[in-house]
Design a protein around this ligand. Structure first.
Ligand code: ADP
Length: 497
C-alpha cells in the first residue's frame, strides 16, 4: 500500500504545535507496519536546507504565481520515510513562520502557498510527477493540505482514496471567496456543501467535504466536533459526514520524549530509578530563578498562550495558589496581552513564578522533566501532547476534562483511593475550578508515598504511535477494500473505563 502524507510542518524541522509532532512520527510508524509511506512538504527554508540526497523529479511552469517550481525527492535526518519537497522559493523560502511573518501577520499569499501544496499532492498521487510512484491513499493534515482532497476529487480518473485529519477545527484556512478563481477548481466546488463558508472559502472545508474519511486526534474530540459548542461553525458538516469521522488518539515519540535518554536533561530517570528527576527539578528551579526548595510543588505550563489553552484560568487562580506555596514555570508565546499578564505576575513574585516568552524546544523538555505537575487547562483540546509527555516523565497532568485530555488522564480523586488515577481533572473552564484541582494536587503532593504511586502509574501509561498507526492502517485497508480486521471501537481509554 502506497501512502502520501501531506502537511505544512514536521518535527524537528518546522514546528508550531502538535501537528508537527504527529507528522514527524505517524508516517514513520505506519511505514514500520509495512506500508510504502512518503511525505510531501512545502520547501520552507528549514526543510529545504535539511534535504539530503536531493533528486529533482519535475519542473513545472508558473502556477499560483510561484515562478519556478521543482518537485524533488530526498531524505531528511530523523525521518526514515522519503520526502517529496516542493521547491518554490518565491512562495516558501522566506524568513518568518510557516503561516505568518516575523510580526505574526498571516502571509498575504497563503492561498497560493497552500493551494500549491494541495495541487502538487494530487498530481504526485496520480503518478504524474514521479513516474516511479503513485499513491493509493493521500492522507492530508489540517487546512494547509485540505485542498489536496478537492484537487483529487476534481481530477478525472482519480484512483487514490483520501483521509483528512483535523488537528484543530478552529484553524480553518479562510480566504475571500473572490479568490476562488485562482484555485483552478470547478465552479460547483464553491457551493455551501463544498468550500464555501459564510461567504468565504475554507481550505479546511475542502478536506471535510471531499475526503473519503475524516479523522481527528482523539475519540472524545471526534464526538465533540459534531456539537455546536466545539464545532467552530463546522459541526453541521461533521454531522453530515456521520460514520466517516473517526477519532484516533495521538501517541508519544519515544525517541524524542523519553526521560531515560532525553538529551536536553541534566539527569535521566525512570519509574524504577527516579532520583534523576529530583536533579532535574533542582536544575530547573535554578535555571528559572525560582526558590530552590525541593519540597515546593512546581507546576509547569508549556503552551501556546491563547484563549483556547485557558491561560486566563491560570491567571485567575494564580494569586491564591502562590499564596499556598506553589511554584510555577511557564514557557509559551502567543497573545501579547496574556504574555504581559504572565510576565507581570512573574516580576511580582520572581522566586515563585518564572516565565519565559518564546519558543524553546530544549527548555520545554527541561520544564516537563523538572516539574512535579503540568497544567493543561484548555477550553478545548483536540488531543493535547503536553499531558502525554507529562505522564511519561512522571509530571502529573492537571487538565480540563475535554477532548484528548479526557481520554488520557484519569482523575486521582474520583477514582477510589487513587487506585487508577494518573493526574487531576476538572470540569468547568473557570479559574476556581483550576484552583481547586491544583489544590487537590498539592494535597496529594504532601503525602509523598501517595504521590509516588501516582507517578509510577502515570509513567506506566502507554500512548504509543504503534497503536495510532495500526488504527490508521486499518482505516486505509477499509477504504481500499483490503479484507483485514474491521476497525474495532477504540479500546476504552482509562479515563472512560
Ligand atoms: P497545540 O498543537 O494546540 O499547540 P499540543 O499539546 O497538541 O498543542 O502540542 C503542542 C506542542 O508544542 C508540544 O510538543 C509542546 O511541547 C510544544 N510547545 C508549545 N509551546 C511551546 C514553546 N513555547 N516552546 C517549546 N515547545 C512548545
Amino acid at each position: 500500500m502506497r501512502v502520501l502524507h501531506v502537511a505544512a510542518e514536521c518535527h524537528p524541522l518546522v514546528k508550531t504545535g502538535g501537528l508537527a509532532d504527529v507528522v514527524g512520527a505517524l508516517p514513520q510508524a505506519i511505514a514500520e507496519l509495512g506500508a510504502d509511506v512518503r511525505l510531501l512538504l512545502p520547501g520552507l527554508p528549514q526543510i529545504a536546507d535539511a534535504l539530503q540526497e536531493r533528486e529533482d523529479l519535475y519542473t513545472l511552469g508558473p502556477l499560483f504565481g510561484a515562478g519556478r517550481i521543482t518537485l524533488c525527492r530526498g531524505l531528511v535526518p530523523s525521518q526514515s520515510v522519503p520526502l517529496y519537497m516542493i521547491d518554490a522559493p518565491y512562495l516558501y523560502r522566506r524568513r518568518g513562520g510557516p503561516y505568518q511573518d516575523q510580526d505574526g501577520t498571516e502571509w498575504s499569499d497563503n492561498l497560493q502557498r497552500f493551494a500549491l501544496l494541495g495541487w502538487i499532492a494530487a498530481h504526485v498521487a496520480a503518478g504524474e510527477l514521479d513516474p516511479t510512484w503513485a499513491a493509493d491513499v493521500v492522507h492530508a493534515h489540517d487546512w494547509h493540505a485540505g485542498l489536496a482532497c478537492a484537487y483529487l476529487k476534481a481530477q478525472p480518473g482519480t484512483r487514490a482514496k483520501t483521509v483528512f485529519t483535523v488537528h484543530n477545527l478552529a484553524f480553518q484556512g479562510l480566504f475571500p471567496a473572490a479568490e476562488f478563481g485562482a484555485l483552478g477548481l470547478p465552479r460547483e466546488m464553491l457551493q455551501s456543501q463544498a468550500l464555501e463558508y459564510h461567504g468565504k472559502l475554507s481550505f479546511l472545508k475542502a478536506g471535510l467535504a471531499y475526503a473519503d474519511r475524516i479523522t481527528t486526534v482523539s475519540p472524545t474530540y471526534a464526538t465533540e466536533i459534531a456539537t455546536h459548542e466545539f464545532g467552530c461553525g463546522m459541526d453541521g458538516v461533521i454531522r453530515h459526514r456521520g460514520a466517516d469521522v473517526f477519532g484516533i488518539l495521538n501517541g508519544v515519540d519515544p525517541s524524542v520524549w523519553n526521560p531515560q535518554t532525553d538529551a536536553h536533561l541534566p539527569a535521566h530517570f525512570s519509574a524504577r530509578s527516579p532520583a534523576g528527576k529530583k536533579r532535574c527539578k533542582q536544575a530547573l528551579q535554578s535555571e528559572m530563578g525560582l526558590a530552590e526548595e525541593p519540597d515546593a510543588p512546581l507546576f509547569a505550563l508549556v503552551s501556546r498562550l491563547t484563549h483556547q489553552k485557558g491561560v486566563d484560568l491560570l491567571l485567575a487562580a494564580l494569586p491564591a495558589l502562590l499564596e499556598r506555596g506553589a511554584q510555577f514555570a511557564v514557557l509559551g508565546a502567543g497573545d501579547p496581552g496574556l504574555e504581559e499578564l504572565l510576565s507581570g505576575a512573574s516580576r511580582a513574585r520572581p522566586k515563585r513564578m518564572a516565565v519565559r516568552i518564546g519558543y524553546d524546544e530544549a527548555l520545554a523538555h527541561r520544564l516537563i522533566a523538572g516539574s512535579d505537575a503540568v497544567l493543561v487547562p484548555s477550553r478545548f483540546e483536540p488531543c493535547g501532547l503536553t499531558q502525554l509527555y507529562g505522564l511519561r516523565y512522571g509530571t502529573l497532568p492537571v487538565v480540563r476534562k475535554t477532548g484528548g485530555l479526557a481520554d488520557t488522564v484519569v482523575d486521582a480523586v474520583d477514582s477510589a483511593a487513587a487506585d487508577v488515577g494518573t493526574g487531576f481533572v476538572f470540569d468547568g473552564a473557570a479559574g476556581p475550578e483550576l484552583e481547586a484541582a491544583v489544590l487537590r494536587a498539592m494535597r496529594f503532593y504532601r503525602e509523598p508515598e501517595r504521590w509516588r504511586s501516582l507517578m509510577r502509574r502515570a509513567m506506566a501509561q502507554d500512548f504509543s504511535w504503534h497503536e495510532a498507526a495500526r488504527r490508521t492502517l486499518t482505516l486505509y485497508d477499509a477504504l481500499l477494500g483490503v479484507p483485514r480486521e474491521a476497525l474495532a471501537p477504540h479500546k476504552p481509554s482509562p479515563a472512560l473505563a
